[in-house]
Design a protein around this ligand. Structure first.
Ligand SMILES: Nc1ncnc2c1ncn2[C@@H]1O[C@H](COP(=O)(O)OP(=O)(O)OP(=O)(O)O)[C@@H](O)[C@H]1O
Ligand SMILES: [Mg+2]
Length: 266
């Protein structure tokens, strides 16, 4: 991380990187999101949880430029923005790792990392890309045997790491991960959770969608519960309890039923 003076570092931590207000989205007659307010800060892990169909992926896809919202505003570093396309999202500094990872199995690690943003004009600067690939993977503590092997030969955890490394090529300030550990074993899950903490410690905002409450409780600084397209719970570590989160997901407890989380952040 580059050195910068402490006051600006504090300001950056205090001001949300992303503020969503009143975000609604319908698909035909299905209202996927209803008036969602959400602030995201640098240097935190925010878990987005909720039952199937609660609207988690839709919210992430709006920030990823996949779907436009029907109404509501999005501010990035305090300025209202529209995110009309995935490229627009990336340009703002938002990176998304979708659940299917969208890696090209037959290509090697370097090619996957730089797909669509190859270095060099005319002939590709393979050497620079290879060096940058090693650098990125080393920063992530990734144990990949070689950056010249096809990603098809890698384990699930290594593939997830490559997908996360790819999201970091553009030096984003927000990384959104949709179910990054769903297909992973215990050791690989632990590696990905370590990686999430590493990104947070480097000052990124990490948005984690997960159905796995153990993962959520292990890494999340805050938990936002979506239910039927609405925010139905906001929790902050370390006070959050498993029972309260589950009750909020199922609707046994609703937002007005308990004291709001102590930090007051949306
Ligand atoms: N492209 C789409 N076309 C039509 N309906 C959609 C589309 N995307 C999402 N929906 C609907 O919007 C609602 C919210 O879906 P979303 O995928 O955001 O839920 P989710 O919280 O990510 O669920 P899951 O945990 O199952 O991934 C669901 O009712 C879903 O069927
Ligand atoms: Mg989803």
């Amino acid at each position: 991380m580059t050195a910068y003076d402490v006051s600006s570092a504090r300001d950056e931590l205090l001001d949300p990187v992303i503020s969503m207000r009143g975000i609604s989205k319908s698909f035909g007659h299905i209202q996927a999101l209803r008036g969602v307010d959400l602030d995201l800060y640098r240097g935190e892990v925010v878990a987005l949880v909720g039952d199937n169909g609660a609207g988690k992926s839709t919210l992430v896809k709006i920030l990823a430029g996949v779907h436009p919202q029907d109404s509501g505003t999005i501010a990035f570093d305090g300025e209202n923005v529209s995110i009309p396309s995935p490229a627009g999202s990336q340009d703002l500094g938002i990176a998304t790792v979708f659940q299917d990872l969208a890696l090209c199995d037959n290509l090697d690690v370097v090619a996957n990392l730089f797909l669509g943003r190859e270095l060099g004009h005319g002939p590709l600067d393979e050497e620079a890309m290879e060096q940058r690939s090693w650098e990125l993977l080393r920063q992530l503590g990734a144990r990949v045997p070689s950056v010249r092997v096809a990603v098809a030969t890698l384990s699930g955890g290594q593939r997830q790491t490559v997908a996360i490394a790819r999201s970091l090529v553009g030096e984003p300030s927000v990384v959104m991960l949709d179910e990054p550990t769903a297909a992973l074993g215990i050791a690989q899950t632990a590696e990905v959770l370590n990686l999430i903490e590493l990104l947070r410690d480097r000052g990124l905002c990490v948005v984690l969608i997960s159905h796995n409450m153990a993962d959520v409780q292990a890494v999340a600084d805050r938990v936002i519960v979506l239910r039927l397209g609405r925010v139905n719970g906001r929790f902050r570590a370390p006070e959050m309890s498993y029972e309260d989160i589950i009750a909020s997901i199922t609707g046994a407890m609703n937002l007005g039923d308990r004291k709001p989380d102590s930090g007051g952040a949306k």
